[in-house]
Design a protein around this ligand. Structure first.
Ligand code: FO1
Length: 318
């Protein structure tokens, strides 16, 4: 069994590669829900959906949402004066309608997540980090506290941030299956996702952090920072704004408590000594997943570093 701590787009790409080298059913993706929002009464879970849509082969080129979307519902809402900065496409809307109705009927999030991923033909075990409500809130340098999607989408992550907190996390318990997967996995992988706002909320769920600390020897983290930059999103700026370094070593310093192995890009080879100085083992490889073959090779390298044998070419990418 393999467990992967996941944010959105970077994690989804990595899972595509991992699925190519181990049986899909053996993988549990434990996904951040701090980005979730209530949109016109509907529950939207961006990271869960990004992973589901990507693994189904139906993701849009933006990385989020579905390919070939139409936007009629959004245009219809605009007629009533609704804001349209958060882009919910018509087919994506069906997912949120289904999930929200199921939640209203008493189904819990991990169950409805399973129903959604199965409907998209995915046999990987995709689970939310918790069924409880956790919301990532950011305080800007002006002292204003805003929701994650307000920061990320509405303000295009252009506003400088002073602090981050995960509202509700102190009372959140891991979703059923999360701790079991972490306890039983031969390999635990921290996907190349934003360490502060994607991996941060998952590690803020205390029982999850405790298992990782205890099983640190079996944990490898992949740096989402290459050559000091994030490929997508605000990770590099957020790191600096919050007093960390925007480098593979900066990410390693944040995760050293939880992971014994750090996977970094060839471009960052010069940081190996610094990372080893944190008490981590450092593996240098190509991490820029610009084609499926790279994601598969990366997955193989990570498993190898943790002493787990990959199965050769399980499934071609869909
Ligand atoms: N990201 C955007 O940049 N603009 C959007 O309008 C947008 C809409 C959206 C709708 C559904 C969904 O599941 C994700 C969506 N995202 C959008 C992506 C999302 O804001 C981020 O990718 C994640 O929350 C960060 O991991």
């Amino acid at each position: 069994m393999i467990a992967v701590l996941c944010g959105g787009v970077g994690a989804a790409r990595f899972l595509l590669g991992l699925r190519g080298v181990v049986e899909e059913q053996a993988i549990t993706a434990i996904v951040n829900t701090g980005d979730d929002l209530d949109w016109n009464t509907l529950r939207v879970c961006p990271d869960l959906d990004t992973i589901t849509y990507t693994l189904s082969g139906r993701n849009a080129s933006t990385g989020w949402g579905l390919e070939g979307e139409s936007w009629n519902a959004l245009a219809g809402l605009e007629r009533f004066g609704a804001e349209r900065w958060f882009g919910i496409g018509d087919t994506d809307l069906a997912t949120h309608l289904f999930r929200s109705q199921a939640l209203a009927d008493g189904t819990v999030l991990h169950e409805v997540t399973k129903q959604i991923s199965s409907a998209f033909g995915i046999s990987m075990n995709i689970v939310p980090m918790t069924n409880d409500s956790v919301r990532t809130r950011l305080t800007t340098v002006d002292g204003e506290e805003i929701d994650f999607q307000e920061y990320f989408v509405h303000r295009r992550h252009e506003v400088a941030v002073r602090s981050i907190r995960f509202d509700g996390v102190d009372h959140a318990t891991p979703a059923p299956g999360v701790i079991e997967a972490l306890e039983r996995s031969e390999a635990i992988i921290i996907a190349p996702s934003n360490p502060l706002v994607s991996i941060g909320p998952i590690l803020a769920v205390r029982p999850i952090a405790e298992v990782l600390e205890r099983r640190r020897d079996h944990v490898a983290a992949i740096s989402p920072i290459i050559g000091g930059r994030a490929l997508k999103g605000p990770a590099d700026r957020l790191l600096v704004e919050l007093g960390h370094r925007s480098s593979a070593a900066g990410v390693a310093a944040l995760l050293a408590r939880f992971a014994r192995t750090m996977i970094i890009d060839e471009l960052d080879r010069g940081e190996v000594g610094e990372i080893e100085g944190l008490g981590m083992r450092c593996v240098v490889t190509r991490t820029l997943m610009d084609e499926p073959g790279v994601a598969r090779d990366l997955a193989r390298t990570v498993l190898d570093a943790l002493g787990v044998t990959a199965v050769d070419e399980v499934k071609p990418d869909r």
